[in-house]
Design a protein around this ligand. Structure first.
Ligand code: BTN
Length: 304
């Protein structure tokens, strides 16, 4: 190996030791050489590389970060290209929607923020949350075969438990989007008993639903490829072009829900979504459209 690389044996040994420290399992046999027998369970560009199928490959990886959203916004302001993605193994201040925290323990889940530069009026940006939800649900289903659904607008659920959340943040002028950061948190391999008490009954992970660990690198690369494909389709045809697939994954259809929005609460039976992503509710025989709000099942559940 030293001859092929044009360096000394000592240099090879030093590199092997450094790779082992980073989690690579390398078998060494005297006078035979080295054999790679295991790679570390992390989501750096090196580990994701062999699994990439899309074109979004600009990855910044952090062992620990405050929030991938914060770093992605700074990177976007510095001119990061579309699809540039920040991934961290843990977040010390992971952010959820409505000012909540996002539980971000190390080495088991996916925490990522993807920079998008859509040529859209800012009023259409909220539809991207539905697009991202569809991509996450697709990738989770493709990787595990589990029945993964979307709770309007963009929580990804298995049964009535939350698997993943999406946080969209935007910088824009009145009529032009500068960039959007799509933050995605997915519970991948977090054991059921490792959720904090307040989440245990309402949240789940891929591994606990499947009963086996999931390869995080395979899942993450698939998610980025699915998101890229769905995003491009959305830019070309609008949400209307994805609506049928979104509705096929919807968790609330035909269920009675209460939506708490800026103008008060509305209770009705979910009929579907419109081409602009608005939720359609049957309220005593009248169809009402809801463009934003927190949904709870009238019979309880989904307080995630
Ligand atoms: C929600 O409340 O449902 C949205 C949660 C979004 C969490 C992700 S994890 C990666 C990215 N960084 C953050 O700080 N938040 C998002």
């Amino acid at each position: 190996m030293a001859r092929r690389l044009g360096c000394s044996r000592a240099a090879v040994q030093k590199h092997v030791a450094s790779l082992r420290r980073r989690g690579y399992q390398i078998d060494a046999r005297r006078s035979q050489g080295y054999r790679l027998i295991g790679t570390p369970d992390c989501l750096s560009a090196t580990e994701l590389g062999p699994h990439f199928t899309g074109t979004w490959r600009d990855i910044e990886w952090y062992d620990t970060i405050e929030s991938t959203q914060v770093r992605a916004r700074a990177w976007a302001r510095d001119g990061a290209p579309e699809g540039a993605t920040v991934i961290a193994e843990t977040q010390t201040a992971g952010r959820g929607r409505l000012g909540r925290q996002w539980h971000s323990p190390p080495g088991v889940n996916l925490y990522c923020s993807i920079i998008l530069r859509p040529t859209l009026p800012p009023t259409r940006v909220p539809q991207l949350a539905l697009v991202a939800g569809l991509a996450v649900a697709d990738a989770a289903h493709a990787t595990t075969g589990l029945a993964v659904r979307i709770k309007w607008p963009n929580d990804v659920v298995i049964g009535d438990r939350k698997l993943a959340g999406i946080l969209l943040e935007m910088e824009a002028e009145m009529d032009r989007v500068d960039f959007v950061v799509a933050g995605i948190g997915v519970n991948v391999n977090l054991p059921a008993d490792a959720f904090p008490d307040d989440l245990r009954a309402r949240a789940t992970s891929l591994s606990s639903a499947l009963g086996a660990p999931v390869d995080r690198a395979v899942f993450t690369a698939r998610l980025l490829a699915d998101l890229e494909a769905r995003y491009r389709a959305f830019l070309m045809h609008g949400f209307g072009g994805l609506r049928a697939e979104w509705e096929a994954r919807a968790s609330l259809t035909e269920r009675t829900v209460t939506v708490a929005g800026p103008d008060g609460a509305l209770t009705g039976r979910v009929v579907g979504v419109d081409d602009d992503g608005a939720l359609r509710l049957d309220v005593q025989g009248r169809t009402e459209r809801v463009v934003a709000g927190e949904v709870t099942l009238a019979a309880g559940g989904y307080a995630v």
